[in-house]
Ligand binder design. Structure first.
Ligand code: NAD
Ligand code: NAG
Ligand code: NAG
Ligand code: NAG
Length: 417
């Protein structure tokens, strides 16, 4: 496990230090003895200072102690699209943040952006680790004093999940179990879990409420549902405060242009509609293929509920604030309004200013006509409402970042130039 945390060295002068045997030195003893102690103390101090300048020194760190004035949130998957936006929002709201990610899908560049924005000690640390490795996860929990966990880390492509289901059960279900076990073992009391509307499958009635039966139809949705079930069973006999958020289709990026969505190029074929639109606008792919124009929807194309990432992370912060011991809150996070693929493509053309070529093709097996949320429960209980509901504006914001970052964050493992 490599530790890129940067929030150590600066506070050298402000932190009280206990230097070797100083506290016990008896002033009445002989000079020679005192001299030796002083020399030892000075050498110890020198060592500490030298160690502190080396990047591997991190005990005792601000991250290792509970501070009643600051909530310390572990953000798993914080180098990814949604996790990085959540970390940004938490940092802006003065939370202390530890990101754990193994960069298998996310970008170190996103973490570097956050570190540059919040360089002060005790604000943000990044720990490179694999959540599938229970031993390193346990070590992270024993070395850090977390108050809450936002668990974003996962693999998240429906198409890929049908081709490689074990990867999904491993990196979603089994890793959630590892995180939960560590939380229980170390007394971390609050969990905000990233779930998805894919856990509902193909419900007969729209809109989808939280009591709509869950009958997922692909390994991605099933793995998330299983993770939810593990959490719910655990909750029955625990005082943990738990919020499960089921997101609909996430789009957009930081309105101030600091972060964006930069999936791996190799995932393009499994990609989401916004990524495909931007790729088409940039000429990376020849155009868009809209599959199915004869669904029973107003314009014949599929209807989905698109939620802006800025609204989504606001829901997470509200969930964190309102989480209650021994309670589980389950919430849909969507706008409540469905938009057709045709509408989406038109909004994307306007947002990018590119007349994207669109081919209308036959239906793709496994797609369902309409999916949209009923967000009234989260409106009511968490006082959350989607504010960024102009599709074209959300896409414009995302496109602005895409245009300035043609290669995303550059190489995923290094800082972008
Ligand atoms: N994007 C959406 O539309 C959407 C919709 C519903 C739910 N979700 C959920 O939101 C969460 C975040 O999704 P995203 O779109 O930001 O995905 P993402 O791929 O951008 O981010 C996931 C992050 O998790 C990390 N990760 C994966 N496996 C890991 C492991 N074993 N150890 C450590 N880190 C690991 C990746 O490196 C990546 O940085 C996921 O749980 C996803 O299922 C996303
Ligand atoms: C991330 O974790 C997975 C196991 O879940 C591992 O197979 C993979 O090699 C890791 N990736 C990196 C870049 O460390
Ligand atoms: C997920 O788990 C598999 C092992 O089942 C591993 O090979 C892979 O690297 C892991 N991570 C990702 C992002 O796929
Ligand atoms: C609900 O949120 C709005 C802002 O979106 C705020 O003005 C209002 O005071 C909040 N209501 C409660 C009860 O917290």
């Amino acid at each position: 496990m490599l530790n890129f945390g940067r929030a150590r060295p600066q506070q050298r002068s402000s932190r009280p230090m206990s230097l070797g045997g100083m506290d016990y030195a008896d002033p009445k003893r002989k000079n020679g003895f005192v001299g030796k102690i002083l020399l030892a103390a000075a050498l110890t101090a020198l060592c500490i200072i030298m160690l502190k300048q080396s990047p591997s020194f991190n005990t005792p760190s601000l991250f290792a102690v509970h501070d009643p004035r600051v909530t310390h949130v572990l953000v798993t998957g914080g180098a990814g699209y949604i996790g990085s936006h959540a970390a940004l929002r938490l940092l802006k709201d003065s939370y202390r943040v530890t990101i754990v990610d193994n960069l298998s899908r996310g970008n170190l560049g996103a973490v570097k952006v956050l570190q540059a924005l919040f360089p002060e000690p005790g604000r943000l640390q990044f720990i490179y680790a694999d959540l599938g490795d229970a031993k390193s996860v346990n070590k992270i929990f024993s070395e850090n004093a977390f108050d809450a966990v936002m668990h974003f880390a996962a693999v998240a492509y429906v198409g890929e999940s049908t081709l490689d289901p074990l990867k999904y059960y491993h990196n979603i279900t089994s890793n959630t179990l590892v995180v939960l076990e560590s939380m229980a073992a170390h007394g971390v009391k609050t969990l905000i879990y990233s779930s998805t509307c894919a856990t509902y499958g193909e419900p007969e009635k729209m809109p989808i409420t939280e009591v709509t039966p869950q009958a997922p139809i692909n390994p991605y949705g099933k793995a998330k549902k299983m993770a939810e079930d593990i959490i719910l069973d655990f909750a029955k006999n625990s005082d943990m405060a738990i919020m499960i958020l089921r997101y609909f289709n996430v789009i957009g990026s930081d309105p101030d242009g600091r972060l964006g969505e930069a999936p791996r190029p190799e995932l393009r074929e499994h990609g989401r509609i916004s990524g495909a639109c931007f790729d088409a606008a940039r000429g990376i792919i020849p155009g868009l293929k809209v599959k199915g124009t004869d669904y029973s929807t107003p314009d014949g194309t599929c209807v989905r509920d698109y939620i802006d990432v800025t609204d989504l992370v606001d829901a997470h912060v509200k969930a964190l604030e309102k989480a209650m011991p021994s309670k589980v809150g389950i919430y849909n996070v969507g706008t409540g309004k469905g938009r057709s693929v045709k509408e989406f493509v038109e909004a994307c053309k306007k947002a990018t200013g590119v007349n994207i070529k669109v081919d209308y093709l036959e239906r793709r097996p496994g797609d369902y006509a309409e999916v949209y949320s009923d967000p009234s429960k989260i409106n009511r209980e968490l006082n959350w409402t989607a504010k960024y509901t102009n599709l074209q504006e959300s896409l414009k914001t995302a496109w602005r970042w895409q245009k300035l970052h043609r290669d995303g964050y550059g190489s995923p493992l290094v800082m972008s130039s």
